[in-house]
Structures are given as C-alpha cells and as structure tokens.
Design a protein around this ligand. Structure first.
Ligand SMILES: Nc1ncnc2c1ncn2[C@@H]1O[C@H](COP(=O)(O)OP(=O)(O)OP(=O)(O)O)[C@@H](O)[C@H]1O
Ligand SMILES: [Mg+2]
Length: 83
C-alpha cells in the first residue's frame, strides 16, 4: 500500500476579535506597523509580532495568509513545505 503524503504541513489560527481593516492587511508584516493607533494603545503591543512570524515563515519557505472581517474576526493560515 502506498502512503500518500501531502507536500505541505499547515495550521490555522482563528479568533473572533475586532478584525483588521482591509487597507491595513498589506502592511501587517512590516516591523512596528500597528493598525488604528489610538485603539491599539490599550493592547500594549509594539507591532513586531507578525514581522517575526513572517520572517520565520519565509526562512522555512512557507506561506502565510491573513483574512479578516471587522468585528467578526481574523484567520491566519500558515503552510510549511514538507521536505
Ligand atoms: N488577531 C488580530 N485581530 C485584530 N487585529 C490584529 C490581529 N493581529 C494583528 N492585528 C493588527 O495588526 C497589527 C500588527 O500586528 P503585530 O502582531 O505585528 O503587532 P502588535 O500585535 O500590534 O504588537 P506585538 O505583536 O509586537 O505585541 C496590530 O497592531 C493590529 O492592528
Ligand atoms: Mg501581535
């Protein structure tokens, strides 16, 4: 019997949070980029989380996709090639 192996290993992180403006999505991987500054101050982040994630994904030749709807939530999907 042949064991079928998918060429990618992936996972999905999903929340039901405030969502991200579509206009912000292209910039989320930039260091120190934060969406709506006044609102985000409460959360205390400095805007490096996703830049680190993107650097790690790139280092492993992976792919990342972020989809979001305001006040519905955000879905982050990451794939790594299986070698
Ligand atoms: N799950 C999410 N829901 C809503 N907005 C998000 C989410 N993840 C990221 N964002 C938006 O993307 C911006 C960049 O995210 P990133 O993780 O790089 O930085 P941060 O969360 O602000 O700070 P840090 O990760 O350094 O604590 C955030 O400031 C926020 O506007
Ligand atoms: Mg973060």
């Amino acid at each position: 019997m042949q064991i079928h192996r998918f060429p990618y290993l992936g996972f999905v992180i999903k929340d039901q949070g405030i969502g991200i403006n579509e206009a912000d999505i292209p910039y989320l991987y930039e260091r120190f980029y934060r969406g709506d500054k006044s609102r985000d101050r409460k959360t205390g982040g400095i805007g490096i989380g996703l830049s680190i994630v993107k650097a790690l994904v790139d280092a492993h030749d992976g792919e990342i996709k972020i989809e979001s709807e305001i006040n519905i939530g955000t879905t982050v999907t990451i794939w790594f090639p299986k070698v």
